[in-house]
Write a protein that binds this ligand. Structure first.
Ligand code: PGA
Length: 248
C-alpha cells in the first residue's frame, strides 16, 4: 500500500518569528500517521531543518536549479539543498511556470538534477481553466509528465512524487471535485503503469489546489489521491494538522 504524504508549500510567506511558531505548532500537535513535509522559503531552510531534526517531518525546497554550480544568480543548487537537509524539492509549480516562465524542458532539467542529487522532486502538473474548458486537461498533464520522462526515464519516478494541481484551483478557494481529481490521478497512474507497473503502483500522487480542513477527507478518500500539496491551509498549524489527520 502507498503511504500518504501531506506537504506544506509555504510559498513566499512568513517571517522568522512566524515560521518558527508554525513549526513548533506542527511538531507539538496530533498529526496522525501520514508522512509530513514542509517547504519553507529557502532563506529559512537551515533554521527549519534544525528544528525538524528527529521530528519525523521532512524538509522540502520550493525549487531547485537545473545546474550543479556556477554563475546562476538567485538560484539554489541541489547540493546546497542536500546540505540544508532537504529530502524533497518542488519542481514545476504553476507559479514558477506562469510567472517566471519555466518551460516543460526547464522543469524536466530541474527534475533530473534533483534525481541525480538524491533529492525527491515533487513534480507539479496541471491545466489552466481555459485548457480544462477546452477538454485538454489530460493532454496538458501528459505533456508535462512526458518532458520529465524524456529527461529522466520511468525509473526516476520510483524516487519522485507527482502533484496534480489544477491551476484554476490554486489559491482560489475553488477546489476540484473528488471525481475530477480522481479522474486525472487515475489517468496519470495508468499512463505510467504502461511503462512500469510497479513504479506506477507505488508512486505518491498528491492533489493540490485549495485543499483545506473541510474538503481534505473526501479528496483523500479517492483511491488514487495519495496526499496533498497544501498552500494557504499549511500556514496555520491547526488547519495543516487537521488535513494530516484526514490522511491518516
Ligand atoms: P493552495 O496552494 O492550497 O493555496 O491552493 C497549493 C499550491 O499551490 O501548492
Amino acid at each position: 500500500m502507498r503511504s500518504s504524504l501531506i506537504a506544506g508549500n509555504w510559498k513566499m510567506n512568513g517571517s522568522l518569528e512566524s515560521v518558527t511558531a508554525l513549526v513548533d505548532g506542527i511538531k507539538s500537535g496530533d498529526r496522525g500517521n501520514a508522512e509530513l513535509a514542509v517547504c519553507p522559503p529557502s532563506v529559512f531552510l537551515m533554521k527549519i531543518g534544525g528544528m525538524l531534526a528527529e521530528s519525523g517531518i521532512a524538509l522540502g525546497a520550493q525549487n531547485v536549479c537545473q545546474h550543479a554550480a556556477g554563475a546562476y544568480t538567485g538560484e539554489i543548487a541541489a547540493s546546497m539543498l542536500k546540505e540544508a537537509g532537504c529530502r524533497y524539492a518542488i519542481v514545476g509549480h504553476s507559479e514558477r511556470r506562469s510567472i517566471y516562465g519555466e518551460s516543460d524542458a526547464m522543469v524536466a532539467a530541474r527534475f533530473q538534477m534533483a534525481i541525480e542529487s538524491g533529492i525527491e522532486p515533487i513534480l507539479c502538473v496541471g491545466e489552466t481553466l481555459e485548457e480544462r474548458q477546452q477538454e485538454k486537461t489530460i493532454e496538458v498533464v501528459n505533456r508535462q509528465i512526458d518532458a520529465a520522462l524524456a529527461a529522466s526515464g520511468i525509473d526516476a519516478f520510483a524516487k519522485a512524487v507527482i502533484a496534480y494541481e489544477p491551476v484554476w484551483a490554486i489559491g482560489t478557494g475553488q477546489v476540484a471535485t473528488p471525481e475530477q481529481a480522481q479522474d486525472v490521478h487515475a489517468s496519470i497512474r495508468q499512463k505510467l503503469a504502461g511503462l512500469n507497473a510497479e513504479v506506477a503502483d507505488q508512486l505518491q500522487i498528491l492533489y493540490g489546489g485549495s485543499m483545506n480542513p473541510g474538503n481534505a477527507a473526501e479528496l483523500l478518500a479517492q483511491p488514487d489521491i495519495d496526499g496533498g500539496l497544501i498552500g494557504g491551509a499549511s500556514l496555520k498549524a491547526d488547519d495543516f494538522l487537521t488535513i494530516c489527520k484526514a490522511a491518516s
